[in-house]
Design a protein around this ligand. Structure first.
Ligand code: HEC
Length: 276
């Protein structure tokens, strides 16, 4: 799409120049500038600078061919140019132009080199909202009330709890450390090939902020289960429901918290029925 706010004024100026009958030099300069303004600013979608430069090269050649193909036109361009370069009265202007050209080149290089080399920002939500219900191995859970069935053993039966944590350790080092790393810092051997990188569970901004039900969702459904806002990249996190039982998923979650010495975020259950 053309950007009419730029193209129409340029057209108006060119039509005006046609009636003003300027010198050949003025005419060539006006056309050259008009072509540049239209190419650089006249399109709704920005044209790459290299393409603009290429087209301006072609346009300069075309204008030069037009001017030099006729002795009369050529004289009209050559004579004022020679005068400008040789006559004393133009000397201050000539000095200015002589300085301005290298200055413009230097400035252009400077701005090209100092352009920030940062990737554009994409709005990826690292912890998107989970679904309301979650079906794993044909059992449907309500995400509001879902909790780790082994968590209560931590207080009531520490020995039994330790057995589940130990099982989780085995599951972690058989399945997860390739990506999430030996120390759960996200630096596993596959980590650097992935975008987004595997989550660093030692970071207090990850599992410490989350409920165990959220982890259960993420571990069972993986990258494929992420909603749109988890994009724009494809997460390589596998859907572990395809490889692990529900029990194993809860166990590896226990181990994530145990190893990192983080606490899961408490479950907010509507306190219906309590105190009756
Ligand atoms: C192939 C590499 C890979 C393997 C293996 C892997 N993960 Fe992941 N995991 C990722 C990536 C990449 C992310 C970050 C992107 C995302 O959130 O999906 C992630 C994210 C997660 C999250 C989300 C954390 C958060 O803060 O939202 C959890 C929980 C998780 N992984 C647990 C596990 C567990 C448990 C295992 C082993 C059973 C495992 N992962 C194995 C690649 C992997």
């Amino acid at each position: 799409m053309m950007n009419l706010a730029v193209v129409l004024p340029v057209l108006a100026v060119l039509i005006g120049i046609r009636f003003a009958k300027p010198s050949m030099l003025g005419w060539v300069t006006a056309w050259w500038l008009a072509a540049w303004v239209v190419l650089d600013f006249g399109f709704a979608v920005p044209v790459p600078k290299t393409v603009v430069k290429e087209f301006m090269g072609i346009i300069s050649l075309a204008l030069a061919a037009y001017v030099t193909s006729d002795p009369q036109r050529w004289r009209e361009v050559r004579e004022p140019t020679t005068a400008f370069l040789t006559e004393r009265k133009f000397l201050p202007l000539l000095v200015l132009v002589t300085l301005a050209i290298p200055a413009a080149v230097a400035a252009s290089i400077y701005f090209d080199m100092t352009a920030p080399a940062q990737a554009p920002i994409f709005g990826r939500t690292v912890h998107p909202a989970p679904p309301a219900t979650l079906t794993v191995h044909e059992v449907t859970h309500d995400m509001q009330t879902l909790d780790n069935p082994y968590r209560k053993l931590e207080a009531s039966d520490p020995a039994a709890f330790a057995v589940h944590v130990e099982a989780g350790r085995k599951i972690y080092y058989e399945n997860c450390f390739y990506c999430h790393g030996d120390l759960m810092q996200g630096g596993g051997m596959f980590a650097h090939a992935l975008n987004p990188i595997p989550t660093n569970f030692q970071d207090s901004g990850t599992i410490a902020m989350l409920q165990e039900s959220f982890l259960f969702w993420r571990v069972s459904k993986g990258g494929p289960g992420l909603p749109e806002e988890g994009g724009p990249w494809m997460s390589a996190m596998p859907a572990w429901e395809n490889f692990l039982t529900e029990e194993e998923i809860w166990e590896v979650i226990l181990f994530l918290y145990d190893f990192t010495e983080q606490r899961p975020r408490a479950l907010h259950v509507a306190s219906g029925g309590e105190g009756h």
